[in-house]
Design a protein around this ligand. Structure first.
Ligand code: SF4
Ligand code: MG
Length: 328
């Protein structure tokens, strides 16, 4: 089949605390999947676990990359996969770039890890890559250090580095969060073009459901270490079935109104992995909560063509349908 990444019941634990609690999803070749939630929802940790970069964590489940379970690979085998078949772009490129080496040198190293090229050929490839990600004057820029680049240009360098081995799966963790609104849009356009050209599957991690809906084919909303809703991106953006997704959508709208100033509009804060509320972990913040929500844990199930983890998903699906009819 066309599945490139198959995550099965992935759990990430630190002793008794389990910030990622059994999540499963599949990614097809070239598919773009959004992983959306507030900070602390477990989305970044999911990415780090897939990359085997979650330090001191106990991982369980399976992470099948083209059928091969990454969780069983030896560290040296995993090093080949990382930056090769699976690459990652981080929120803060400064943390991923080495400040003491030139950008060209770092790109060359990344290229030579996965391709047999001599220094000269690797340098030429580095210049091509910088050009391809829209860094002006790449011949001159390869000689410069990361601090000589603006935030947006550094992120372009990171993207060039991540794409240099033509990965099967690209994981982007809040790739534009540290950037101004105009630069954000340009970086998303760049990603859009590159992954389209290379037919790269993407996991886009973001707190912004609007960004995910605009870029992705499918979106998964995470809360308290679980996937609470998974749907086709446009459908989710039009109407969410999980009350948490709905709250996130409200936050996205306010965010736009305030021109990028993040104003949290969901009452309360996300639960700490060590002290999850009983029943549905969203219940203390949920406008739809009923008695059983405090005691019964909802399970992810199919409702109206999506996956939703909420006791009241059917009622909400009926309500959404009604609204649609009234509107039509
Ligand atoms: Fe809200 Fe209950 Fe659904 Fe949880 S299960 S999201 S508390 S309605
Ligand atoms: Mg994060």
């Amino acid at each position: 089949t066309d599945t490139v990444l198959d995550v099965r019941d992935l759990r990430v634990a630190f002793g008794d605390v389990e910030p990622v609690r059994g999540i499963s999803f599949r990614l097809r070749r070239g598919e773009r999947l959004g992983l959306v939630g507030e900070s602390g929802s477990g989305k970044s940790l999911t990415a780090l676990a897939i990359m085997r970069l979650a330090r001191r964590a106990q991982l369980s489940g399976e992470v099948l990359l083209e059928g091969e379970d990454l969780l069983t690979l030896k560290p040296r085998q995993m090093e080949k996969v990382r930056g090769g078949r699976v690459a990652m772009v981080y929120q803060d490129p400064m943390s991923a770039l080495n400040p003491v080496y030139t950008v060209g040198k770092q790109l060359e190293e990344a290229i030579r890890l996965h391709r047999r090229l001599d220094r000269r050929a690797a340098r030429e490839r580095a210049i091509e890559l910088l050009d391809d990600v829209g860094v002006p004057h790449p011949q001159r820029r390869v000689e410069q250090y990361p601090h000589e680049f603006s935030g947006g240009m550094r992120q372009r360098v990171m993207i060039a580095m991540a794409m240099c081995a033509d990965p099967t799966v690209l994981i982007c963790d809040e790739p534009t969060t540290a950037l101004d609104v105009t630069t954000q849009a340009r970086i998303m356009d760049l990603l859009d073009r590159l992954v389209e050209e290379h037919h790269t599957a993407v996991v886009l991690i973001t707190h912004d459901l609007g960004v995910a809906a605009g870029f992705c084919d499918n979106v998964q909303v995470m809360y308290g270490g679980r996937i609470v809703e998974r749907a086709e991106a446009e459908a989710l953006y039009r109407a969410s079935l999980h009350p948490y997704s709905e709250a996130l959508l409200g936050a996205a709208v306010d965010l736009n109104l305030e021109l990028g100033v993040p104003i949290p509009t969901i009452g309360g804060s996300p639960p700490l992995a060590g002290s999850l509320p009983s029943g549905c972990s969203f219940h203390p913040r949920c406008a739809w909560a009923q008695d059983r929500c405090r005691t019964e844990v909802p399970l992810l199930r199919e409702v109206a063509g999506r996956l939703v983890e909420c006791h009241r998903a059917d009622e909400r699906a009926a309500a959404v349908k009604e609204e649609t009819h009234v509107g039509a």
